[in-house]
Design a protein around this ligand. Structure first.
Ligand code: FEO
Length: 165
């Protein structure tokens, strides 16, 4: 079965992942500007992880004999009202990325592209972990409301994230 039908969708997903990386870097910069260096550290690792996802898809397109065509990356937002708003936007963004992977998977299934279905399975599992990780942080933020001493404590916890995967 030809890979051609999947190529455009996967190229768009490279764009989505690079945008995610850009968005999270912008959020990291917001945290740095508010001296929340633990949150900034977490977001910078998240940003690197997203670039890793983009490259994973980039390499797969090449492996399948496809042509990578990079698309325009829009300007991410840079101003946010609160830590909570940033994490809410992060969760909403991850949910939209999950939806993109589900649609790509459905397309691959329709086209009987078994290799791409198998490739996409990794991302579908990864999205479950990503949404859970962001949701956990968000639930803690809801719990502590806007108490600044608790936010500073959480900021220290965020600094403990060791890797970008
Ligand atoms: Fe690459 Fe967070 O999705």
């Amino acid at each position: 079965m030809s890979f051609k039908g999947m190529r455009d969708g996967l190229n768009t997903q490279v764009q989505n992942e690079i945008y995610s990386s850009y968005l999270y870097l912008s959020m990291a910069a917001y945290f740095h500007s508010n001296n929340l260096n633990g949150f900034a550290h977490w977001m910078r690792l998240q940003s690197s992880e997203e670039m890793g996802h983009a490259m994973k898809i980039y390499d797969y397109i090449i492996q399948r004999g496809g042509r990578v065509q990079l698309k325009e990356i829009k300007k991410p937002p840079h101003d946010f009202k609160s830590v909570k708003e940033v994490m809410e936007k992060t969760l909403a963004h991850e949910q939209s990325v999950t939806q993109c992977f589900h649609e790509l998977y459905e397309q691959a299934a329709k086209q009987k592209d078994y290799a791409t279905q198998s490739f996409l399975q990794w991302f579908i599992n990864e999205q479950v972990e990503e949404e859970a990780a962001v949701n956990e942080i968000l639930q803690k933020l809801y719990l502590i409301a806007d108490k600044s001493s608790s936010i500073l404590y959480l900021d220290k916890e965020m600094k403990k994230r060791a890797t970008s995967s």
